[in-house]
Design a protein around this ligand. Structure first.
Ligand code: NAD
Length: 338
């Protein structure tokens, strides 16, 4: 069993913790929080051992929330730590993990230049084998890497141009925005997302632009790829359908946007309405010899969760990509009913 600690039990951390307890080869030894909010209460309800940063011990005791100890004490029993604290905090925390000799996974908010290896299971699982500081790339980069890897393998990619229509905030972030705007984020081109994708797919030429819009549900990617080899729509759709972490949205599903996808996830009883898969609209896949276009939707809170599970195995267990992805997919219940 791999003993895993999750430091930072927020949007990503709580989902990763739930996925860890589903794994036959992993044990969740603790989760940590800084504030005694509703997520702390849920962690206790789920019987996850709850640890806190030293300074906030008093506030938890005052709120009557049972804690097991401090983050430092949680780390004592860990074979690996998944740090899901806010951007910039994870890499600061690494000083402690390093001192204790604990292999560490940080999230996409940390800089790609601060880690030994960036990770996406489908694109570069092997690069993180045996590493001690690995970063699971952001939700957008995860979505693009999953899409581009099989296309590069079969057809070869000359150039990718992707426009990322990003959700303004997560549902649990009432202070986020915009409320009544479409923000060019950033105004200058290209955005940082392209170089981030290259941290797991270094050979791909990719330019990205990004906008922020008033929704909390999901991101949408408008993707144009110039292929090296000729392709046809049927072959492309067959290739993408064969990927366990891509759901091809069929015309018969009558889903025209992200609200429909969330409804599907909720109807299927997905925890928190999570969509771990890229959702690619089959009808949008347009292929004209070497030029192709498509729309895909990415659930920002969810797609990196299976990737964290695979990163744990790559770093600690040194098992193969297919073995790990198959186990993660089976235990989490990947696949949206087709
Ligand atoms: P979040 O704010 O929802 O959760 C962070 C949690 O960490 C909170 O529970 C907070 O109380 C806790 N925390 C803060 N400082 C801490 C500390 N010093 N020690 C322990 N816990 C601490 O953040 P999030 O959205 O889950 O983002 C976490 C990371 O994941 C970031 O790097 C982010 O860029 C990345 N990420 C976020 C998303 C997303 O859409 N939310 C998607 C992919 C990747």
């Amino acid at each position: 069993m791999i003993n895993v600690a999750v430091n930072g039990y927020g949007t990503i951390g709580k989902r990763v913790a739930d996925a860890i307890v589903q794994q036959p080869d992993m044990k969740l030894i603790g989760v940590s929080k800084t504030r005694p909010n509703h997520e702390a209460i849920t962690a206790v309800e789920k019987k996850y051992p709850l640890y806190v940063v030293k300074e906030s011990k008093k506030s938890f005791l005052k709120a009557g929330i049972k804690i097991e100890g401090t983050v430092k004490e949680m780390l004592d029993g860990a074979d690996i730590v998944v740090d899901a604290t806010p951007s910039g905090v994870g890499i600061k925390n690494y000083e402690l993990y390093k001192k204790l000799g604990i292999p560490t996974i940080v999230q996409g908010g940390e800089s790609k230049d601060a880690v030994e290896s960036s990770f996406n299971a489908r694109a570069n699982f092997e690069s993180s084998i045996g590493k001690s500081l690995v970063r699971v790339v952001s939700c957008n980069s995860t979505g693009l890497a999953r899409l581009l890897t099989p296309i590069e393998e079969v057809y070869g990619i000359e150039q990718v141009r992707a426009t990322l229509v990003r959700r303004g905030a997560d549902p649990g972030q009432p202070g986020g925005g915009p409320i009544n705007d479409v923000i060019l984020d950033p105004v200058h081109l290209p955005s940082h997302h392209g170089p981030d994708v290259k941290s797991v797919l270094p050979g791909i030429n990719i330019d990205t632009l990004a906008l922020k819009v008033p929704t909390t549900l999901m991101h949408i990617h408008v993707v144009n790829i110039t292929l090296k080899g000729d392709a046809e729509k049927a072959g492309m759709c067959e290739l993408l359908s064969g990927e366990s972490r891509i759901h091809m949205v069929a015309a018969e599903e009558e889903i025209k946007g992200i609200a429909g996808l969330k409804e599907l996830a909720l109807d299927l009883g997905r925890p928190r309405g999570d969509l771990w898969e890229n959702c690619v609209w089959e009808e949008s896949v347009s292929v004209d010899n070497k030029e192709m276009y498509l729309f895909q939707a990415i659930h920002q809170e969810a797609d990196v969760v299976p990737e964290n599970i695979d990163a744990i195995r790559a770093m600690v267990k040194e098992c193969g990509r297919e073995e790990s992805m198959e186990l993660t997919d089976r235990t989490m219940g990947m696949g949206l009913g087709r």
